[in-house]
Design a protein around this ligand. Sequence first.
Ligand code: URA
Length: 233
Amino acid sequence: MPDEEQISLFDWQEPQAVSTPVTVDPEQISSNAQTPIPTGFYETLDQLTTHCQQCQRCDLAPTRNHVVVSRGNPQASILIIGEGPGQQEDETGLPFVGRAGQLLDKILASVKLDSQKDVYICNIVKCRPPGNRTPTSEESAACKPYLLEQIRLVNPKIILLTGATAVRGITGDKRGITKIRGQWLTWDNYLCMPILHPAYLLRNPSPAPGKPKWLMWQDIQAVRAKLDEILSQ
Ligand code: URA
């Protein structure tokens, strides 16, 4: 099948919330972002979700409607990290459910990855930055212990970093995403692939060779091939 036809197979499926909150004593966690949350603090993602829902560690807390923790499968082989919730994510409490998320699901489906079964999706920050601005480094740092715990508890085979904010938030690399997309990197023993953010593809919809959508098609095929290789070992 020609590449353009495959790219156009991107379909949308309704996402579902991942976890049922359990009760955790809010006193157990500091509302001061300077106080670290140690590795291994959470035994389960449900505990983490409950804490996140009560979180006051940064200035995004007062303006949020929902804390957006994750969607997808906590046992998935692929963990996807975005930047932060937008309006629809803030309204629903689920990451990547707006237009960029619908495109992300289509991109995954184009290589037969199911967004509910094969991936676990989360963000650098769990609360919406007002006006969809980029999260500040303080906000990202305040939220990072939760993300690190999500990564530890999911323990994926591959991490996809969507866009420069996700790359910077995880690896500290400040280079532009167009420079580093498509190149495998190892962070904390995890195999990571930086990819373009789907919102960037929405602004640049041409499928022509070398354009963002075409580059994404190359990258997602590389991810599928690597996953198949890992799973066949
Ligand atoms: N963009 C992101 O990076 N994350 C979301 O959850 C939604 C849009």
